[in-house]
Design a protein around this ligand. Structure first.
Ligand code: UT7
Length: 332
């Protein structure tokens, strides 16, 4: 049987920085309030016409180089995004494959909001373990600046743009395989985080434009409470299933939505500060890109080494949630 190994990580962040002070100029807020309530100090914003595929292709390039594989050997491309270049088609994964100049290859998007990268990891694992694919490029890429209502003071300051990517490859060595990925959802909570207009339910119209219905609407406080509960229980289930404790985890990488959520979840699970990766102060919430960007940050700091045990923990619109447990297995 083939196993799936997590071979490399990469990321790209656009250089343009938007600070809390910049938000003080456009909404009724303060650096002090944003810092205290979220831990966010700044986030990255893409250039006009710089789309998710542009960010995703740059992150993917890094992941491919670090995995040391030829582009021709990639046989599946999966992009997790809820800010695709185009509402319906082509998929962002197709565009990324083309920007990378890959030969014709199966490519599609997954839509699971902030849990997207964990969903993509589960799909890649299944394709590899079934023997259907050997080298899967997974990407989380978002340009949230394209769906933010910059007059919505309860939401707009949280999100940012960026992309992360990884290569998942077949291996015969069980020791270096992705141990488990568990994903779930509950559409009963659809109204907590939503872009209500522009889709088939409320197609583009004058009303959709005037009400900014194609922008993200979030019930922040209700979402916060569910995020803490779900991110905690999700990992508790994973640890119990594999009979492991926080001491067995080298790097706990939670979704980067809010420092207060990360702290509360870390405390409930018994994860200490050293093992918990935090980038929310630098990049804000980049949804499907948040977890791979955080992993890449820790990797570039020299903290993530071959054989380390990594635990992803994600939560987002849908609602969706999921966790992934694996050994980081760069090719020797
Ligand atoms: O990634 C997907 C999952 N998403 C999340 O996990 C996001 C979770 N939610 C959050 O991170 C937080 O709910 C927010 C950061 C969005 C908001 O923080 P909060 O502590 O839940 O604030 P709140 O909405 O309960 O509002 C508290 C107060 C209100 O004032 P009053 O009514 O108490 O006088 C708001 O009007 O804070 C006020 N407020 C602000 N003040 C300054 C709301 N937004 C702002 C703002 N600046 N930008």
């Amino acid at each position: 049987m083939a196993y799936a190994a997590f071979r490399s990580i990469g990321a790209y962040v656009p250089p343009k920085i938007m600070t809390n002070a910049d938000f003080e100029k456009i909404i009724d807020t303060s650096d002090e309030w944003i810092t205290k309530r979220t831990g966010i100090k700044e986030r990255r914003i893409s250039e006009v016409n710089e789309a998710s595929s542009d960010l995703g292709a740059k992150a993917a390039q890094v992941a491919i180089e670090r995995a040391g594989i030829a582009k021709e050997d990639i046989d599946l491309v999966i992009c997790a995004t809820v800010t695709p270049d185009y509402l319906c088609m082509p998929s962002t994964a197709c565009l990324i494959a083309s920007k990378l100049e890959l030969p014709p290859v199966q490519a599609f998007d997954v839509s699971a909001a902030c849990t997207g990268f964990v969903y993509a990891t589960s799909v890649a694992k299944a394709f590899v373990e079934s023997g259907m694919k050997k080298n899967v490029l997974i990407i989380g890429a978002e340009t949230y600046s394209s769906i933010l209502d910059y007059t919505d003071r309860g939401t707009c300051f949280i999100f940012g743009d960026g992309a992360g990517a990884a290569i998942i490859s077949a291996t015969e060595n069980k020791e270096e395989s992705i141990i488990d990925v568990n994903c779930s959802s509950d559409g009963n909570y659809e109204d907590l985080i939503k872009t209500p207009g522009g889709g088939s339910k409320h197609p583009c119209s004058q009303e959709v434009l005037e009400q900014k219905m194609a922008c993200i609407k979030m019930k922040g406080n209700e979402t916060f409470k569910l995020a803490v509960r779900t991110l905690t229980s999700d990992v508790e289930v994973m640890m119990k299933k594999h009979n492991i404790t926080p001491e067995d985890i080298n790097h706990f990488i939670p979704h980067q939505a809010n420092m207060r959520i990360i702290t509360a979840v870390g405390k409930a699970l018994g994860m200490n500060e050293e093992q918990t990766v935090v980038t929310v102060d630098k990049y804000g919430n980049t949804s499907a890109a948040s977890i791979p960007m955080a992993m890449n940050y820790a990797y570039e700091q020299g903290k993530i080494k071959a054989g380390d045990t990594v635990l992803f923990d994600a939560f987002g619109g849908g609602l969706t949630w999921g966790s992934a447990l694996f050994k980081f297995a760069p090719k020797k």
